[in-house]
Design a protein around this ligand. Structure first.
Ligand SMILES: O=C(O)c1ccccc1N[C@@H]1O[C@H](COP(=O)(O)O)[C@@H](O)[C@H]1O
Length: 203
């Protein structure tokens, strides 16, 4: 999220979480002042996630001092020990290349509160807008991961119906322009997730 109106919309739609991006090269990165404003707008039941890519410790601490953050999402090559060092719940994003490296990463980061699986694209740590082969996700992990990577209103129903993940994370797929969410796409995304969930409950 980069704009107050987008946070209000996400909250209104019942999103479980909003992401605030602290990776400067991203078109979605925000200043610390804007981050504080966005975090304060999220409702009581909306988790505020701070996204970093290979930050140094001071950078993370500066953000945590000034912005109301509930969970940290590490989207780079941070070690489990580094992720553990902030006295906050953390999500580790794993970029899926193949079964062997995914299995190794799932084991390596098993102390994360949540693991998020995203597409692998060389040179781009995330926000690629690309999907990956969901069949690579081991069955036993499917219900406990957050699925990301190229999700949008057109494929999230299939993703939720097929994998039954703990959650889904979307960035580019609900944008009108880089960094600006589309209210219509957000609404349709949430509707599709709810449809898939309703189907699960009646199955
Ligand atoms: O969104 C970004 O610009 C970004 C930059 C660097 C790391 C992660 C980033 N976003 C996260 O990437 C995934 C997938 O995004 P998309 O839906 O494929 O656009 C998601 O977790 C974003 O929060």
């Amino acid at each position: 999220m980069t704009r107050p109106a987008d946070v209000e919309m996400a909250d209104h739609l019942g999103a479980d979480a909003i992401g605030i991006n602290f990776y400067p090269p991203s078109p979605r990165a925000v200043s610390i002042e804007m981050a504080a404003e966005l975090a304060d707008l999220a409702g009581a039941f909306c988790t505020r996630v701070a996204l970093f890519v290979n930050p140094d410790q001071d950078e993370v601490r500066r953000v945590l001092e000034r912005v109301s953050i509930d969970v940290i999402q590490f989207h780079g090559d941070e070690s489990p020990e580094f992720c553990q060092g902030f006295n906050k719940p953390w999500i580790k994003a794993l970029r899926v290349r193949d079964s062997a490296s995914l299995e190794a990463d799932l084991e390596r980061y098993r102390d994360a509160q949540t693991l998020l699986l995203d597409a692998y694209k060389p040179g781009q740590p995330g926000g690629t807008g690309e999907t990956f082969n969901w069949q690579l996700i081991p069955e036993r992990w499917r219900s406990s991961i957050v699925l990301a990577g190229g999700l949008g209103p057109a494929n999230v129903f299939e993703a939720v119906s097929t994998l039954r993940p703990l959650g889904v994370d979307v960035s580019g797929g609900i944008e009108a322009a880089k960094g600006e969410k589309s209210p219509d796409k957000m609404t349709e995304f949430v509707r599709q997730v709810r449809l898939a969930d309703a189907q699960r409950e009646t199955a």
